[in-house]
Design a binder for this molecule. Structure first.
Ligand code: LLP
Length: 441
């Protein structure tokens, strides 16, 4: 199995020493295993290929989970398509020479410019989230004398049983259309000549650790597909979105991609559609770690605080979703065999700035490197510059060597694009000398 492991007390990634590698960039730094990405992609692809009759599903990697160009390029090399939610993500896949006809463009708030660019790029499909959006795409496509291939995103009103911030398929969520609206749209398709309806899209949430909500969703879609076909409308494609969870902690195990595929296979085979999947987390999460260095160890009245150089600005999942990421020293993780609970916290001025709370860790000291694991998905992509912190570097490891695939931001990067306006008094620009006077206390 490719990826991260400890050998003789030192963390390695596909045979390469992690501590030595990160000495090139300093910390905090994200480190990715190219081979683990490849392995995870193949696991998802094969799980569904084995369970389903031809044609082979399109695995459209969800760019929002990890958008580093080098990571995307590894997956392009595996035959991945891409799931996009912005013009910026389209720009990224074009930058690596990926084929936009194998990409889907989702998202509730596509701008007119994004729609026009995606049409010009010959995007594979638009996942359409509302009637208003459909009408806009129709108008823009007609103005370009073209047709947009469209999947209608259904909101099936199914509880994905995941964290409330990442559940998307309930009636009260902003995503997708009610089944009744979808059917109304289908009845009026002839009035939308810029739209080429190709099937349905659904995405009920992320980090699902139960196959049942997927099966319930499929049941509802099967009925919708049958009704649509009975009305004489072809349904060629079904995009089931992303959502397959990973095991962040042993007491909350996620099914494997094969288990997800096996549970869904009967309904999918009956539906006789081309399947598209948009996995992100299940491909990227365990292919990445965030390496951080201990700055101080501080003993509070009740707790031990391990203050590290990574923060919520580098990995926001613990603060935002109560996300759990295993943490271990990069070198000598077992140490003296004892552990005691501590909070691993960053330098940001927020009490929500923690990477772990009440976590048993061995004794650690200033200068030690810690590995925050399963951080390859929704890690760097959600990073910010809050507290004017430059964003971390990123390294990609191949078995034959490592490469810095994003340099750490500099202070100049932080202020790029900003300017201090010249002082004006009553609309008159000040001369240098009067300006100096105005600056004096
Ligand atoms: N397709 C659509 C339409 C989505 O909205 C998403 C994720 C995916 C695919 C990929 O889902 P995945 O396979 O990665 O579960 N930042 C959160 C996760 C947000 C997911 C948003 N949509 C986190 O860190 O847990």
């Amino acid at each position: 199995m490719a990826g991260f492991a400890w050998h003789d007390g030192r963390m390695t990634c596909d045979g390469i020493d992690v501590a030595e590698t990160v000495a090139r960039t300093g910390t905090p730094v994200y480190v990715y295993s190219a081979n683990r990405l490849r392995e995870n992609f193949a696991t998802v692809r094969d799980a569904f290929r084995v369970q389903l009759p031809a044609p082979a599903p399109l695995i459209a990697f969800s760019v929002k989970s990890n958008s580093n160009l080098a990571v995307l390029d590894v997956l392009r090399g595996c035959g991945a398509g891409f799931d996009l939610v912005s013009g910026g993500e389209l720009h990224r896949i074009r930058a690596i020479g990926a084929d936009p006809t194998r990409a889907v463009f989702a998202g509730v708030g596509k701008s007119d410019d994004e729609i026009a660019d995606a049409l010009d790029a010959h995007i594979g499909w638009f996942d359409v989230e509302s009637i208003a959006e459909l009408e806009t795409i129709d108008a823009i496509a007609r103005a370009k004398s073209t047709r947009a291939r469209v999947l209608l995103r259904v909101n099936p009103d199914v509880d994905a049983k995941t964290h409330r911030h990442i559940t998307t398929g309930k009636r009260e969520n902003k995503f997708g259309m009610r089944v009744a609206d979808v059917e109304a749209v289908l009845a009026g398709l002839s009035s939308l000549p810029g739209i080429a309806f190709d099937g349905f899209h659904v995405h009920i949430g992320s980090q699902l650790t139960d196959v049942a909500p997927f099966c319930e969703t499929l049941e509802r879609l099967e009925a919708l597909i049958a009704r649509t076909r009975a009305a004489g409308i072809a349904v060629n494609t079904l995009n089931l979105g992303g959502g397959m969870g990973v095991t962040y902690r042993p007491d909350q195990p996620a099914p494997t991609p094969s288990q997800f595929a096996l549970a869904m296979a009967p309904a999918l085979s009956r539906s006789n559609v081309k399947l598209v999947l948009e996995p992100g987390r299940v491909i990227a999460a365990d292919a990445g770690v965030l390496i951080t260095r201990v700055r101080y160890v501080k003993r509070g009245e009740q707790r031990r605080f391990v203050v590290v150089d990574a923060a919520m600005t580098d990995l926001i999942r613990p603060a935002l979703y109560e996300g759990f990421h295993p943490i271990a020293p990069v070198i000598d993780p077992e140490r003296d065999g004892t552990t005691s609970p501590c909070d691993v916290v960053g330098p940001v001025c927020e009490s929500a700035d923690f990477l772990a709370q009440d976590r048993p860790l061995p004794p650690v000291a200033r200068g030690d490197l810690l590995a925050v694991q399963l951080a390859g998905a929704y890690g760097f992509t959600m990073a910010s510059n809050y507290n004017s912190r430059p964003r971390a570097a990123e390294i990609l490891i191949e078995p034959w060597g490592s490469r810095v695939v994003r340099r750490r931001e500099t202070y100049d990067d932080l202020v790029r694009g900003e300017e201090v306006p010249p002082i004006e008094l009553c609309g008159t620009p000040l001369t240098t000398s009067s300006r100096r006077l105005a600056d004096e206390p």
